[in-house]
Design a protein around this ligand. Sequence first.
Ligand code: M6R
Length: 621
Amino acid sequence: MCGIVATIGSRQAAPLLMQGLQRLEYRGYDSAGIATTSNNQLHCRKVEGKLIRLREQLDRSPVAGTCGIGHTRWATHGKPDALNAHPHLDSADEVAVVQNGIIENHRLLRQQLQQEGVCFRSQTDTEVVPHLVARALGQLQGEVAEADLLRLAVTRAIDQLEGAYALAVIWAGLPQELVVVRHQAPLLIGLGEGQFFCASDTPALAEVASTILSLDNGEMARLTPLGVELFDPSGQRTQRTPQPLCGAEHVADKRQFRHFMLKEIHEQADVATAWVERCLYGPPTDHLSPVLDDVGHVQLLACGTSRHAALVGAHLLEQLADIPTTVHYASEFRYAPPPLAAKTLTIAVTQSGETADTLAALTIELERRRSREGLGEPLQLLGITNRPHSSLGRLVPQIIDIAAGLETGVAATKSFLGQMLALYSIALRLASQRHSGVSASEQLIACREGLEQLPEQLSALLQTMDQQCATLAHEFAETQDVIYLGRGINYPIALEGALKLKEISYIHAEGYPAGEMKHGPIALVDQYVPVVSIATPGRVFEKVLSNAQEAKARDARLIGIGPECADTEIFDVLLPIPPVHELISPLLTVIPMQLLAYHVAAHRGLDVDQPRNLAKSVTVE
Ligand code: M6R
């Protein structure tokens, strides 16, 4: 949540900051700002709204300076307006701070500072920081060497902070220096030619930095035009070798598509092709052996769309591999973890690898498990992510990289497919361990064969479904509520369809297990509430059709997702998918769900890639 960037070197900071912010806009986009230092003065510009407005303001009123910080905000404390936008300044307009995260004890600090006579200009938690830094600078000036002054002032300020945050700080008194610190919110240093950077995420560093350093928790860095100095949490100088940053893969490009989301939906055939080559035909992934060898129970931790992928995975693990599996909302698990059980494999599923709730849940599990290592229990933890170099990657040694490529649209699409496929890999592997040799179960064989066909089927489906959903979207333009039904392995797809529609079109939608309708939600059904029903051949096909009939009998307009056959003639509109094995079907039924949500939102003229109130990476609790 919120993107921060900073730069120092020989080039003008403002254009570099704007370029970095543009690539971080997916993290938040309700307000933005930058500040630079030059000639012992601070120059700050901030606006309510998207970056385009900041750009317009900078065109009218440019800022000079080769050192600067920038921020694109997702509001937590204080409504999204120019006053609450970052950077925040001290009373003398000399210290500027950008922050990503939450300062939890900000109220107490604010009261203390107010008692000392400080006047606050915003309602944010962040504003306490520039005041604390300014106070510390006043105390330290003349006491410590100039090269240590800003760093020690920031250290003194953060000693008083509680919460999870990443900060970048500049001071007019030392216009050729910037200090950054990471405390449980991501922060990377980028090293370019004569120019140094800091950012919340790699896309902001693409094309400007050739190598990166990821700060660890508690680490601080002092950046000057001459280079970067790292300090560990105790303030001692430390060193690490920077890692190469492959630029191209971090640059977002819409290609010929109108929105990133549409492009990313269409990239799913490529995600599947790469997965089939890697996982069905590639060499075995030996690095996972220690965690997957003796599994008695699986628990999956995730949020949002990633949790829906986890639900599909749970169905596979139970039905294909016979392994009891539980899926937890990470936000709930962190405060109520279930009792520990032996041989439990814990899998965190997160596209960004930065979701605060998922990381916190995993950290709790890691600590609980470590305490049992002495009893001879191996640490069975695994992460599934699209960002292997994220915080998740540093927390868990065993990672499955879904390799879906940069996902820019806030609504997750291709990463969802990638996450499901990663869980198919795990389920297939655990199932083969159980049904090895000649006894390989029929389901397992059918599943493998089905997966081999997936790339071709996806590619054809994406071509035909796009137009069908665009046509159908017109009908939804004025709709207030939609019900999504699915059963078995397609129940999570009903949840995902409803989530996609809510997120980007702002239409109320609910996903239900189809058999649950008659226990209450059917009261909502009438001619104004369309019902989208996933009806794919398999164990519950007839049941799903009966549930759909029940809605039709109450005048609902029925939209079906399933193969073209006599049974699916009951639907008013059918979005046809190929007749595949039941266990493969979610990989195809999700396509009309995504395309329908996309076209409804686009038809309503909404900002599909940056829907209101949302952000791509939810790095606050
Ligand atoms: O990065 P993560 O997968 O951990 O993110 C989890 C959710 O915040 C995310 O899936 C969210 O629900 C998306 N906006 C869904 O489109």
